[in-house]
Design a protein around this ligand. Structure first.
Ligand SMILES: *Cc1c(COP(=O)(O)O)cnc(C)c1O
Length: 454
């Protein structure tokens, strides 16, 4: 075995800039629109939600943005993260493919989310903000933000999707350890939450609803702002540290990927891994096939429409042009809670429309079958979300076995599943079912999407 199992970077080799893919795209992405006037949104339209520095990043076309020194200091708690060569999985699958995975589960919260939580909190702290509000689905983003707030002394208030609040009490405990205050969503704290609870006291909630509640709280007080863990340009920007490190690590072993696969919920770990490789591809330096993998029960790219929609269910956010299943769509309670979002990052949607990346959807049983093979070979128990990426990597590796091709496959193992064992229990006991999404459910939610030209 020529390649080592773990390819490390020294702290001194850690990239010090994030990469903004907008600078290299053949066409700029369509702008967000003001929800009332439907005119392109200005920085002011976001000012009640986000600090100036992040709004600038959101609208920036600069190719590189320096990572602040204080942020690099916190990154060093777990970065650079290791790149693994999956020798033992390759052996189990008996494939000639070479499989690499960038492991983001080494962060304090156990996923890639702190890569953006830390800078988001830092920029808010610079502008004197006292408290951040946010939503969380699987609990990964809430814990990442609570951790980051603890680093810089901000308060953190979190709306956790009710189904996950009930199913994953240890995620809540983790948020509370880092000082976060957690509500189930819908909650009795906001008017919108109260309305929904009056209709259904056992409402399972959704990310779109939890966003509405967190936004409603933030806009009422100028010392409070809101933070989003995925979807937006600045979030994907911060995550590019993943791909920048992976490029350096693969160069150390003289490899370039033929296929890159990543799971897409809102698109941030995917964009973070893929965009630096897309830059190299657009520059003609490599030619990987780049593929998004989404759940069959929430197939935003493969079955959603590309049009302007709200980021949240109550319609408080600016309108974004993205692949959407409709902001009122409540995804089935699949185990990959982090992939249960009605929309896809406008940047990932745009790049998909430009034909620069592909997309597939995979049902959850196949994902967990892949995850079990992975865990038994490589040892790490994946979070339910990256089981989609693993299943796609396994499909690709098995195709190589058929064809005899020695492809280099790269993926992100964007989080560990230590707090998701209930999902594994459901799978191991044979009770997991595939939840297919009827077209009628999509059509119904699409009827509520605003009609906007463009
Ligand atoms: C949040 C989360 C996701 C989904 O979000 P993306 O923005 O698509 O990355 C996927 N995996 C893990 C482990 C997460 O925490």
């Amino acid at each position: 075995m020529s390649t080592p199992t773990k390819i490390y970077l020294d702290e001194s080799e850690m990239p010090t800039r994030w990469y903004n893919v907008v600078a290299d795209l053949p066409e700029p992405p369509p702008p967000p629109l003001h929800p009332g006037t439907h005119q392109p949104a200005t920085g002011d339209d976001f000012a009640a939600l986000f600090p100036k520095a992040l709004i600038e990043q959101e609208m920036s076309a600069e190719r590189y943005i320096d990572i602040p020194g204080d942020v690099l200091d916190v990154y060093r708690l777990w970065r650079p993260s290791p790149l693994f060569r999956a020798h033992r999985l390759e052996k189990l699958l008996d494939t000639p493919a070479r499989i690499y995975y960038k492991y983001e589960g080494v962060s304090p919260a156990g996923s890639h989310k702190p890569n953006t939580a830390v800078p988001q909190v830092w920029y808010n702290a610079q502008e004197g903000i006292r408290k951040l509000t946010t939503e969380t689905g699987a609990g990964q983003w809430g814990s990442a933000l609570a951790f980051a707030c603890a680093q810089f002394g901000l308060e953190c208030e979190i709306w956790q999707v009710a189904a996950s609040y009930r199913a994953k009490p240890y995620r809540r405990t983790m948020m509370e350890i880092w000082g976060g205050q957690v509500h189930p969503s819908p909650s009795d704290v906001t008017d919108y939450g109260k309305q929904l609870l009056a209709q259904d006291p056992d409402h399972p909630g959704s990310l779109g609803i939890a966003i509405s509640e967190a936004v409603a709280e933030a806009v009422e007080d100028p010392t409070i702002r809101y933070a989003l863990g995925s979807v937006l340009n600045h979030v994907l920007l911060h995550q590019t540290i993943i791909g920048e490190e992976a490029l350096l690590q693969l160069a150390k072993v003289d490899e370039t990927p033929d296929v890159l696969v990543g799971c897409t919920g809102g698109g941030s770990n995917f964009g973070g891994l893929a965009f630096p490789f897309l830059r190299e591809k657009l520059a003609g330096k490599m030619n990987p096939t780049i593929r998004c993998v989404e759940p069959a029960a929430c197939p935003t790219l493969t079955k959603g429409e590309y049009r302007y929609d709200f980021g949240d269910t109550a319609g408080l956010t600016p309108l974004m042009k993205m692949h959407t299943l409709g902001a009122s769509f409540i995804p089935e309670p699949i185990h990959a809670g982090g992939l249960r979002y009605h929309g896809m990052a406008p940047l990932v949607s745009h790049i998909y429309e430009l034909g620069l990346v592909e997309a597939i959807s995979i049902p959850q049983i196949e994902c967990f079958e892949g995850a079990l093979q992975f865990a038994r070979a490589e040892g790490i128990v994946p979070a339910p979300e990256p089981t989609h990426a693993i299943a796609a990597a396994v499909r690709e590796a098995m195709a190589c076995k058929e064809s005899g091709e020695e492809k280099v496959i790269l993926t992100a193992l964007c989080g560990h599943g230590h707090l998701d064992l209930a999902a594994y229990e459901t799978f191991l006991s044979g009770q997991m079912v595939d939840l297919d999404l009827p077209d009628s459910a999509i059509q119904e939610a699409m009827q509520n999407v605003p009609q906007i030209e463009g």
